[in-house]
Design a protein around this ligand. Structure first.
Ligand SMILES: *Cc1c(COP(=O)(O)O)cnc(C)c1O
Length: 401
């Protein structure tokens, strides 16, 4: 309290964020998560910006599974895993996740942010090279920073540049090389070319790692992820992901791979050694989610039907989207103030979505990002499309019919 300039300096920076339109306010919900949510002011909105791909966040069966685990295992552990924080439900979840992902073993974390933050430093040192996609998630970037390995960056999804970087790391005489990519990039819905990445890895003797946060549970024929989508199950060395998106939506993360890797992380990964155990009710609910999506592809199929319908109809209305098949649908508005006005108008029309502009996306690439869910009904999607059409005409983005 004896340094007033510190606080006035912070306030100045906050004010600058506001004048530049970069301040991020919280949107407060008064309901559970779902296809429809209730805002704090009591208005009902159709939610098009959650990572609730399978609709399991507010789902009653997910809740029941959490309640059952709460009854059996209690509220929490007050311990890290290796002291007295491991329960049978955590071991069961690690086993089930390994089966689901097609790996040998899995280690749980409190978040995927921790999984990525704690995966590199125990496994790689200054003799090694990490070759990372330029658009990888912030937690991967931070995790790489915590590790002494040499860093090589390749342009997003650019396989020629990836090969150039692999050659550079090889020429530099690096001992181990690992190619790291998001399975799906959340700003664009771009799917990593894992088949080609695996080929390049084989050619250069490199390892591979994917972050499946926007893929686990719904990408690929049975929802196992981008590696299933690309036909490379069993060929990826390390898989990280979250339990906080499609797989239930509460929180939690994991790293999965060969037994030697996971055992090493249990001994050395700092967010695992020095942070509390995942709450047992989350582990229990996650187990129920994996069981449910292992039994039937119904939710995954509904999500992809909704995605295909929305992608087709939004283009028919006259909007430009980034092409693709992923439930992340970037609707391109290009101009930052237009994107801001558009998102605000959609909010008035009862649709919750988020606008993105520079510096989150490149200059001139402003957009609103739509995320489909298995929980959306056709009727809700038609309402959203009608609102897009209305706001689009009002703001002169699309021509009047
Ligand atoms: C959301 C996300 C994370 C972080 O997940 P948490 O479990 O919420 O920490 C990590 N990586 C990617 C690619 C993500 O999209």
């Amino acid at each position: 309290m004896s340094d007033p300039a510190f606080y006035s300096g912070l306030q100045q920076k906050l004010d600058t964020l506001k004048t530049e339109g970069l301040f991020k306010p919280e949107r407060v919900l008064a309901s559970r998560q779902g296809a429809e949510v209730v805002a704090a002011d009591g208005r009902t909105l159709i939610n098009m910006c959650a990572n609730n791909y399978l609709g399991l966040s507010g789902d009653p069966d997910t809740q029941k599974a959490a309640e059952a685990a709460l009854q059996k295992y209690g509220y929490g552990l007050s311990s890290v895993r290796f002291i007295c924080g491991t329960q049978t439900v955590h071991k069961e979840l690690e086993k089930k996740l390994s089966e689901f992902l097609g790996t040998e073993d899995t280690i749980l974390y409190a978040a995927a942010f921790d999984a990525n933050g704690g995966v590199f430093e125990p496994l790689f040192d200054e003799n090694d090279a990490i070759i990372s996609d330029a658009l990888n998630h912030a937690s991967i970037i931070d995790g790489v920073r915590l590790c002494k390995a040499a860093r090589y960056r390749y342009a997003n999804n650019d396989m020629a540049d990836l090969e150039t970087q692999l050659q550079a790391a090889t020429s530099a005489g690096k001992r181990h090389k690992i190619i790291v990519t998001d399975g799906v990039f959340s700003m664009d819905g771009t799917i990593a070319q894992l088949d080609r990445i695996v080929e390049l890895a084989q050619k250069y003797g490199a390892l591979t790692m994917i972050d499946e946060s926007h893929a686990s549970g719904f990408m690929g024929r049975t929802g196992r992820g981008t590696h299933e989508h690309c036909g490379v199950i069993g060929k990826i060395d390390i898989i990280t992901g979250t339990l906080g998106k499609a797989l239930g939506g509460a929180m939690g993360g994991f790293t999965s791979g060969r037994r030697e890797v996971i055992e090493t992380l249990r001994q050395k990964s700092r967010p695992y050694l020095f942070s509390n155990t995942l709450a047992p009710m989350i582990a229990g609910a996650s187990l129920a989610v994996l069981e449910r999506i292992g039994k039937s592809t119904e939710l995954r199929d509904r999500l992809h039907e909704n995605t295909a319908y929305f992608r087709r109809e939004i283009e028919r209305i006259g909007f430009t989207i980034k092409p693709g098949t992923h439930p992340v649908v970037p609707v391109m508005l290009f101009d930052a103030p237009v994107a801001q006005k558009f998102a605000a108008r959609m909010f008035e029309l009862g649709v919750l979505l988020s606008g993105f502009f520079y510096p989150v996306v490149p200059m001139g690439q402003a957009r609103v990002r739509v995320q489909l869910s298995a929980a959306h009904t056709r009727e809700q999607l038609d309402k959203v499309l009608a609102a897009f059409e209305q706001a689009g005409r009002e703001l002169g983005i699309i021509k009047a019919a």
